[in-house]
Design a protein. Sequence first.
Length: 126
Amino acid sequence: MKHRLWMAVLAAFLIGLTLPVEVSAQKKTAGKSTTSKAMKPKLTAEEKKELAEAEKILKKLDTYKKGKFTRLLNSGNKAHILSLPGIGEKTAERIIEARPLESSAHVVLVQGVGLKTFEELVKSRL
């Protein structure tokens, strides 16, 4: 009898240990794209051209400012992104959905951020 009781207690304990791990794993991926880089669609010729132009504009920033800008886009909260010039509610949400961005230049691929807006963003970081 005691053996069965101990087995039941042990089973409940082990189940309790695995439950929080599964819940925390779900929290980390909630709301984020689970698409790996290998699964992302290839860029069109127009997108490649736009990205190349954005890279040229980005050369105005030094390495430190480029990194800081990329970190802001990849991990800043919505309020931080809304504080950027030319970025509204919807565009901020789209930037957050597009994370992680390989570089800050990749933000031009987000709907609502064109080269003109990107140039203003870079000017604001100088």
